[in-house]
Design a protein around this ligand. Structure first.
Ligand code: SAH
Length: 225
């Protein structure tokens, strides 16, 4: 799988992709993540990628030509399954969308800034618009990193057994059960005895009960209640 991320501030994405699971997935050759500096596709001398909004009003708008040039260049090299624009007015990201996108091949991700991007970029090139929640951030880079992380950890071979995604919250209709590690007794706060019993089927049963109870309490909507 390959991600091409188009950004005016690529440095914002250096760290998220250079550590932990995302770094490992790239090293293993399972995923390729390429960040493109939008300014390199600006033809004007100042390398500017934004302009004043038609009709007036506050904030600058990212213009079409640099995005068009970068997207066209990428599309001339390979086929893309999706061109995703990170946007607060898009569909809110969830595990179902992450699962679906983890089965794709090549994805372009556009990061906006300022007031946003010229609507025509969205009309012409974008196949999907995704939000990471009902709040506004200053740029699409952190949302893009969130999206890529949520997708990549689901690709077979990325996580090992200890970190398997299958028991995570939202993977089924249940939240994850509580987890514990050593020490078994910390200043009188004890780990539930069942987890020390070694009785695998009883432990699984307990975890399921805990997951159901937690889901019912925190997210009854997931149970359709
Ligand atoms: N004026 C726009 C917000 C622009 S914020 C509006 O009200 O909808 C600048 C950029 O940050 C956006 O173009 C988008 O790429 C990114 N961004 C901000 N909040 C986001 C969110 N919740 N999810 C995804 N992207 C977001």
């Amino acid at each position: 799988m390959r991600f091409d991320i188009i950004s005016v501030l690529p440095a914002l994405l250096d760290s998220p992709f250079a550590h932990s699971i995302l770094q490992r997935a790239q090293k293993k050759g399972i995923v390729e993540i390429v960040v493109h500096n939008l300014r390199e596709y600006a033809d004007n001398k100042q390398k500017s990628v934004d302009d004043y909004p038609y009709g007036g009003g506050s904030g600058m708008v990212m213009s079409i030509p640099p995005f068009a040039k970068c997207i066209e260049a990428l599309k001339s090299e390979r086929e893309y399954d999706e061109v995703i624009f990170m946007s607060p007015d898009g569909v809110t990201l969830n595990q179902t969308i992450a699962n679906e996108l983890s089965c794709k091949g090549n994805i372009i991700v556009l990061c906006g800034h300022y007031k946003g991007i010229d609507q025509r970029i969205r009309d012409i090139y974008v196949t999907r618009e995704i939000s990471i929640g009902d709040y506004v951030l200053s740029g699409g880079e952190l949302p893009a990193a969130v999206l890529v992380d949520a997708i990549v950890r689901l690709i077979p071979g990325v996580l090992n057994d200890e970190t398997s995604a299958l028991s995570d919250s939202f993977q089924g209709e249940l939240l994850d059960a509580p987890v514990y590690t050593r020490p078994a007794d910390w200043k009188g706060h004890k780990v539930p005895a069942i987890l020390l019993s070694g009785h695998e089927s009883k432990i699984n049963e307990w975890r399921h009960e805990q997951a159901v109870a937690r889901t019912r309490k925190r997210r009854p909507d997931l149970l359709g209640e």
